[in-house]
Every structure is written in C-alpha cells, then in structure tokens.
Ligand binder design. Sequence first.
Ligand SMILES: Cc1cc2nc3c(=O)[nH]c(=O)nc-3n(C[C@H](O)[C@H](O)[C@H](O)COP(=O)(O)OP(=O)(O)OC[C@H]3O[C@@H](n4cnc5c(N)ncnc54)[C@H](O)[C@@H]3O)c2cc1C
Ligand code: SF4
Length: 339
Amino acid sequence: MKPFTYAYATDATAAVTAASGGAAPATRSPVQFLGGGTTLLDLMKLDVMQPTQLVDITRITDASMRSVETTAQGLRIGALATMRQVADHPTVRRDYPVVSEALWLAASPQIRNMARVGGNVLQRTRCAYFRDPSWPCNKREPGSGCPALEGQNRWHAVLGASEQCIASYPGDWAIALVALDASVQTLAASGPRTIRFADLHRPPGTTPHIETSLAPGELITGFTIPAGPHTRRSLYLKVRDRESYEFALASAAVAMELRGDTVTAVRIGIGGPVAVPWRAREAEAELTGKPLTEASALAAARVAFGGAQAREHNAFRIPLGQQTLVRALLQAQSMELKS
Ligand SMILES: Cc1cc2nc3c(=O)[nH]c(=O)nc-3n(C[C@H](O)[C@H](O)[C@H](O)COP(=O)(O)OP(=O)(O)OC[C@H]3O[C@@H](n4cnc5c(N)ncnc54)[C@H](O)[C@@H]3O)c2cc1C
Ligand code: SF4
C-alpha cells in the first residue's frame, strides 16, 4: 500500500471542498471518498488503487445522507445508509422488494453492516487481471492490453463489453436501481446535480478506465426511486456458484404490472455477465401487452440477450442469464403482494 493522507468531513460541502482539485477521471482520482472501505481498502492493499488522499465521509451528519424515506412520490435513500439499513427497512421490503432483496443477497452480513449504498454502486470489477497489478490491464493502465480476451474469462461480460475490456460489473443493487428508473443526486464543487442512474456507469468502449460519469471529487449524496404500481410486484433473482457470499453468475431484477395474466408494464434489469448495470428495454417491449407464460418469458429473455457476445469460457452465461430472467418473471407473476 502506498502512503496517503487522511482527512474526515462532518458535512457534505466540507467533503467536496476537501476532495476538490483531482484532475483524473473519478475512478483513478488521487482523492477518494472513504465509505465503508470494503472495496477501496482492498484495492489499495493490492496496489490497484493508489490514492494520495482519502476523505472519510462516514462522519458526515447530514440527515439526508443517512436516512431512508418513503413518500407518495417514491423512495429517497441517503448515500451513507448502510446496505443492511436499506435492505431491512419495512416499507422498502413491502413496497420495493426488489430493492431489499438485491441488497440482502449481496456480500456477507459483516459487509452489509459496514458498506454504504453510495460506495456499493461504485464497486469495481472482480476481473482477476484487474486486481493483480503484475498483469497488464486497460482499465488499470490505459493502452496496456486486456489479457482476459484470450485468458480466463468465465467471469466476464457478454453484454456491453468492448475489444478493450470485457470486465463485468459485479454489483447487485445497481441492477434493481437501473430497472426502477432511479436517479442519483450528487454534490460537486460546481454545485448539486441529478443524473439518471442509467447514465452513471459508462460502457468500457475505448476508455475502460473511465467507469462513471462522475467528475473527480463529486460526491454521491443520495438516490431516488420513483413510486409506481409496478414496484410491489418486484423481485431480484440471483444465481451463483454457491448460495451465499458470492457474486452473481446471472441475475435479474424485475418489476411488473399485470391485468389478469397480461403484462401491462414491466421493467427488467440484468446483472452478472454485463459490463454495466443493464436495462433490457427491448425485452420489456417484447413482453408488454402479452399474456405472461413460460413461452412469452423465454421469447423476451432471448431478446434481452440478443446482442450477447461470448468468449471461450463465458458462453454458458447466455442461456443461464435467459433462464434466470424467465424464472424471475414467472416468480414475480405468482408472488403474493405483502400487505
Ligand atoms: C468478499 C466480498 C464479497 C462481496 N460480495 C458482493 C456481492 O455479492 N454483491 C455486491 O453487490 N457486492 C458485493 N461486494 C461488494 C460490496 O458490496 C462493496 O464493497 C460495498 O458495497 C462498497 O461500499 P463501501 O461503503 O465499503 O465503499 P468504499 O469501499 O468505501 O468505496 C468504494 C468506492 O466508492 C467511492 N465512494 C464511496 N462512497 C461515495 C460517495 N458517497 N460518493 C462518491 N464516491 C463514493 C470511494 O471513493 C471508492 O472509490 C463484496 C465485497 C467483498 C469484499
Ligand atoms: S477485462 Fe477489463 S479489467 Fe479485465 S484485464 Fe481486460 S481490461 Fe482489465
């Protein structure tokens, strides 16, 4: 681990002031905010991230950054709420089950108690080449190459990847957020702004080292999820190598409205072999207005993975992802809404 300076802030404005001046893209910025530290400190110990300054944001007292509030308009979640706090919130569990489940199925109890939802959406890829600086990696060192293209790529993306990087986005909660049309509130030296969650993560393209649309020193302050009749009939299904403490091989976040068995509205997020949190809009269009059956769900799942591109070891994740989505849709259809 390289030497760094440490500062802490007790309000959001002070945190942004302390972090201002970074000139690089946010993920490579010399100044990093410290939340629970469960991604950042691991990567610093591995010398993958080498910030020169940490700004500890866990002592910020702004209530809006720590609270979870539900209103008729929707859900507002402060970026410093812990994963457990959001997952366990009774109204979230009842009215937004997909939000709660995506957090419950992530990581371990210890990590969920420690990690904040702001840091959660900014977790980095688990690509083994990225996490080992003895390998070249376009994401870590732009232009150095991508050994995963011809190497071990079981964990890599089939949707949204590029010739420069096929890393997958590993998080669960972001899949629920992208499905539910969430937005992100931020604070930068230039002031506050709101961005669509779908625009937060950037596909790798030719610049895989630029992972988000955040500017250096821009603080995520919270998230909003609009209310709607679809959010109660929603769930997150995660398929993994073992039933606990493991990242998704495939996952699906679905939320829907039904009239009888006919789908009147549906929202679909895909996780696992995706370069960024993936919204399957074509699959939604395929299903809307049709009776939900195994056959129509499979047709939608095929559309969802229509543009998938597999490598040597990850082709199995296309049918797995399709079947995961089919199961998620059928389970959402038969779920009993909590009162
Ligand atoms: C063994 C293990 C297993 C895991 N399994 C899963 C899993 O199955 N599913 C899953 O989804 N996740 C999993 N995770 C990832 C875990 O959920 C994340 O590490 C955690 O949510 C990150 O939150 P944090 O508060 O610790 O972030 P930190 O590590 O503190 O920060 C992460 C990054 O976000 C930046 N940051 C933090 N907060 C803000 C903010 N408010 N504004 C701007 N930038 C900010 C930091 O500067 C840093 O770059 C796992 C992690 C581990 C170690
Ligand atoms: S897939 Fe991306 S993160 Fe992994 S080695 Fe290639 S460039 Fe690096």
